[in-house]
Design a protein around this ligand. Structure first.
Ligand SMILES: Nc1ncnc2c1ncn2[C@@H]1O[C@H](COP(=O)(O)OP(=O)(O)OP(=O)(O)O)[C@@H](O)[C@H]1O
Ligand SMILES: [Mg+2]
Length: 236
């Protein structure tokens, strides 16, 4: 996929990208401070909002093969099961109940199938949101902070799931997270956003540790200090 000279104004914010290639079949990470435009970029890719100018070359990828999970998942009024079936229903795919049961079981949600989805805890909602995204075998998956409320064990579960999918039938991932340890562990390529621009794209080591750009160095240093702070608070 190529993102070509996109411009999108929203209030006093402007997203402005040069040409960026999102290489197929890789796990990409999008990092950058609050409000720099990460979610906006995902929504543009999803076609949920339209750019003022520029374009996205999907290179043959059908928009229905793209999915996005949000930090605060949105659920239709209905059960967990109905929500997981929803992306299948709109694509006229018959749900495979056994497959859905297996996902629920793997995520420790086997007792929640008939529960009203909006009454789930936030971590449970994030897990259902992940299952709902994966259930129709999309080829391009954006995870917008969705894993942020998961405890370490569940985060590891989904890291495992992502790596398994990559082994079986590689898809293109865009992971957005402020947890740099997770990003570093999972991603091959990173894109750093700053005030609506994609400042740099490259290998994770280059972006996190090999950059001369002061804005990126400051961001990484701050995130690392936060991580160590949390760690110290946890220990102390
Ligand atoms: N509908 C809108 N109207 C006005 N401004 C908007 C609108 N949607 C988003 N914005 C602004 O666009 C900017 C980019 O928002 P975006 O959600 O893409 O940031 P982000 O990088 O995902 O941040 P975070 O890390 O906090 O999730 C923000 O300043 C936000 O307030
Ligand atoms: Mg966001």
């Amino acid at each position: 996929m190529k993102i070509i000279d996109l411009i999108k104004k929203q209030g006093d914010f402007e997203l402005r990208t040069k040409s960026v290639t999102i290489e197929e079949g890789k796990i990409h990470g999008i990092i950058g401070g609050n409000g720099c435009g990460k979610t906006t970029l995902c929504k543009l890719i999803m076609g949920m909002i339209l750019p003022d100018s520029g374009k996205i070359d999907y290179e043959g990828l059908d928009i229905r093969e793209i999915t996005m999970t949000a930090q605060r998942p949105y659920f239709i009024r209905g059960s967990v099961y109905e929500n997981i079936c929803y992306p299948l229903k709109i694509r006229h795919i018959q749900p495979d109940e056994q497959k859905i049961d297996a996902w629920l079981f793997r995520c420790g949600l086997e007792g929640k199938k008939r529960q009203y989805a909006r009454s789930l805890s936030s971590g449970e909602q994030q897990k259902v949101s992940m299952i709902r995204a994966l259930i129709f075998d999309p080829r391009f998956i954006m995870i917008d902070e969705t894993l942020s409320n998961l405890d370490p064990e569940n985060l590891e579960l989904f890291e495992q799931v992502i790596l398994e999918i990559q082994k079986e039938r590689p898809v293109t991932w865009m992971l957005i997270s402020h947890r740099l340890a997770h990003i570093y562990k999972m991603c091959e390529v990173l894109h750093f956003m700053y005030k609506g621009e994609i400042l740099a794209s490259g290998s994770k080591d280059k972006i996190l540790f090999g950059t001369e750009d002061e804005r990126i160095r400051r961001f990484v240093a701050n995130e690392v200090i936060k991580m160590e702070g949390n760690h110290a608070a946890f220990k102390g």
